[in-house]
Write a protein that binds this ligand. Structure first.
Ligand SMILES: NC(=O)c1ccc[n+]([C@@H]2O[C@H](COP(=O)([O-])OP(=O)(O)OC[C@H]3O[C@@H](n4cnc5c(N)ncnc54)[C@H](O)[C@@H]3O)[C@@H](O)[C@H]2O)c1
Ligand SMILES: O=C(O)C1=N[C@H](C(=O)O)CCC1
Length: 244
């Protein structure tokens, strides 16, 4: 049995993860850890931690997991740069521990990113639109950022130039955020869960690739897959696509 601690257990994703772990015959829930709980005590006896907190302080949480020798499956988005350096430093001292940073655990979203990177080599224009519930803390979504990065890398490798754009925006933000030269637009709307569209344009045609998570249950097969595999994947891995 793999013992799993869920960090951020009282949140939307944390609750779904606790239910999924409890329903899995080969996993046991060793701790449900909330904001005011002692993290180190909560990690005692855990093989894997699933981190589903907000972005604030998540670098310290993941570094603590690594220091305790507990593999970390991290769903939290909206943190990059210096935070990641902290995690890398912890991993240097504990190289057999695994950390997976997965901006999206839904299989369909992982496939959307793969298809979008392939398609973006063949179209002049590409932009990303992400649409989420209004309680989301960060923008752009981690998925949209990861999608745009993969699109940018594929276009660079294929020698495709920037998307044509003669517009001068008269208001800041009108053209969205620029992620490695790819425009990313963030919508926050009551009623939504997590959705993304990649719009690709060429002369006389458009291809739209869209993924919808209507329920957080959509993320759970990916979370469980990661929990089951992470012991065999030491070091830092970014993106669930590397586990598929
Ligand atoms: N990777 C994915 O597939 C995926 C899917 C959905 C959401 N997310 C991301 O997961 C994160 C959580 O989303 P949510 O909708 O569940 O948010 P949420 O606000 O509902 O839940 C976050 C929870 O974390 C708790 N928390 C904050 N700091 C903590 C700490 N130091 N220790 C323990 N608990 C702490 C909060 O009290 C809250 O209960 C976000 O970053 C979101 O973008 C990722
Ligand atoms: O609900 C959220 O918050 C989500 N966040 C992730 C992201 O930022 O990409 C994945 C989808 C849901």
């Amino acid at each position: 049995m793999t013992a799993v601690a869920v960090i951020g257990a009282a949140g939307r994703m944390g609750r779904a993860t606790v239910d999924a772990v409890e329903a899995a015959g080969d996993l046991t829930l060793s701790a449900s850890i909330g904001r005011n709980d002692d993290l180190v005590a909560g990690l005692e006896g855990a093989d894997v931690a699933v981190v589903m907190t907000g972005p604030e302080g998540v670098d310290d949480i993941v570094a603590t997991c690594v220091e305790q020798g507990v593999h970390a499956v991290v769903g939290t988005t909206g943190w990059t740069g210096p935070g990641l350096a902290k995690v890398r430093a912890a991993l240097e001292k504990s190289p057999s521990t695994g950390v997976l940073l997965a901006p999206n655990f839904a299989l369909g979203a992982v496939l959307l990113m793969r298809f979008a990177a392939e398609a973006a080599k063949h179209f002049e224009s590409v932009e990303v639109v992400e649409l989420h519930h209004p309680n989301k803390a960060d923008a752009p979504s981690g998925t949209a950022r990861h999608t745009a990065e993969q699109i940018a890398a594929a276009r660079r490798e294929a020698g495709v130039g920037p998307s044509p754009d003669a517009t001068t925006a008269s208001l800041d933000g009108a053209r969205g955020a620029d992620v490695e030269g790819v425009r990313v637009h963030s919508v926050r709307l009551r009623g939504l869960v997590a959705h993304e569209e990649v719009l690709l344009g060429g002369p006389g045609e458009q291809l739209t690739i869209r993924h919808d998570s209507f329920d957080r249950i959509s993320f759970m097969p990916g979370v469980l897959l990661a929990v089951r595999q992470i012991a065999n994947r030491p070091g830092l891995v970014q993106g669930l696509e590397h586990y598929l």
